[in-house]
Design a protein around this ligand. Sequence first.
Ligand SMILES: Cc1cc2nc3c(=O)[nH]c(=O)nc-3n(C[C@H](O)[C@H](O)[C@H](O)COP(=O)(O)OP(=O)(O)OC[C@H]3O[C@@H](n4cnc5c(N)ncnc54)[C@H](O)[C@@H]3O)c2cc1C
Length: 495
Amino acid sequence: MALSRILRSSTNLSATSLIANQLTRICRSFASTSSTSSLAASSDYYDVIVVGGGLVGNAMACNFGLNSSFKEKKLLLLEAGGTRSLGSPSKLYSNRVSAVSPSSKRLFQKLGIWDRLEAYRVKSVRQLQVMDSCSQSAIHFERQSFQSEVAWIIENDAMIGALFDKLASDCSKNVTVKSKARLKSCSLPADTSELAQVVLEDGSVFETKLIIGADGAKSKVREAMEIGYTGWEYGQKAIVATLQVSGGADNEVAWQRFTPFGPVAILPLSANLSSLQRFTPFGPVAILPLSANLSSLVWTTSPDKCDQLLALNEDEFVDQLNEALWSEETQDSFVNKALFTVDSMLSTVLPATSVVQLPPTITGLQSDSRAAFPLGFGHAHTYVKPRAALIGDAAHRVHPLAGQGVNLGWGDVQELIEVLQKVVRSGGDLGSMTSLAEYDSRRQMRNVPTMVAIDWLNRLYGTNFAPVVMARSLGLYGVNRFGALKNLIMDRASA
Ligand SMILES: Cc1cc2nc3c(=O)[nH]c(=O)nc-3n(C[C@H](O)[C@H](O)[C@H](O)COP(=O)(O)OP(=O)(O)OC[C@H]3O[C@@H](n4cnc5c(N)ncnc54)[C@H](O)[C@@H]3O)c2cc1C
């Protein structure tokens, strides 16, 4: 293959390019029918190429590198940016964090990075409280068993660092990481009789049996696949920031208040340990950790309001945030009366639900921690084509209100690995549609209902039109009142 490329690049003579094409075809058909013996020896061939070393692409490469089924296979991970290492925790928290679900935690345990992340810093969330700014309806999620978490809040940089470290320490035999390597284009054959090819911006060319697009919402791999894609912008932006909060000693409740502009979420980052005291024979010593009492903000609002909020000084911003969390201005008294009546009637036959808690008060803002991101929806009609598969945001993009985006992406990783493992065991072709179609149908079945539900939630709460407020308030009240339904939703969200 290298010879064919030399021939192709050395001259434009048609006879020579004919020979070169012929040679390429022979090499390719050999590649797709034989084991990788000769191709694997070539420096520009990899069995799998993952484009994008973000939260999802890195997890894919790690899962592949640690799985003994793939020990004879070579994977190349291409990342346009740089790599990073976990290191020791910085004094300041990053403003980009994710709520990690129990099944994603299990993936991290399998990949052997969970303990390192915990030793770095991970904040467990034991309760989730969702409120409506237009009525008193609220829902409270909490696992039944004592000390059981709903989710964990972890900084994105920490997870990416831990995954890169794992790739370097335990996967280097069959995984090559190439940073500052931006994909320029890729070409995909119509079937598996030929290999797929990727071209980087620096001119390097690689061939592979399977390109995995993990290059985010604006995926170039998806573009090359020429598949249908449904997407729209929400006309909303999410402001992220690191906050100082008052409230419970353990700071273990995640809060979300829906407003007509969009939801405001406060995710715990560190416990309120400021009251920690050690008693010594000489008197009590207060231990004041630098990062006590912090939470992370995801505040969805209109682009105009977002610009105004970012232009405010820190104190003004905090005031506006407390207003968004606490204001009763948009409360609908008629809906509240209806809720009260229904609750009084049901209380005679059903046990009372847990008491609704009040959100924390925001007391400060970490300097320079504010940033904003446009929000949108996107879904590839299929995640696969011969020699290509999409994972993570390249395949699906959701509103962050349910904290599901990257968790769905890690679900893709687990499912794709399972399918590829079966292919290797049966001696099949990693890029063949027979196996990739299974990945596609399994993930579409899981992702589409979740994506639709998230989209509907955003629409349902994006209005203060009285009949809609009434319907959603009674609906939320009902779900909160009937434990079985609530548990079903919680299990579904954490699966
Ligand atoms: C405000 C906000 C809060 C969120 N909170 C949560 C949450 O709590 N829980 C949750 O589950 N999800 C959350 N999400 C969603 C989550 O952040 C995304 O789903 C996740 O980042 C997607 O990861 P990814 O690796 O698929 O894509 P990306 O993070 O976009 O990574 C793509 C990678 O590909 C690289 N790349 C791109 N183009 C190329 C190229 N041409 N060549 C080579 N490399 C390339 C990029 O450099 C990048 O490293 C949130 C999103 C937002 C905006």
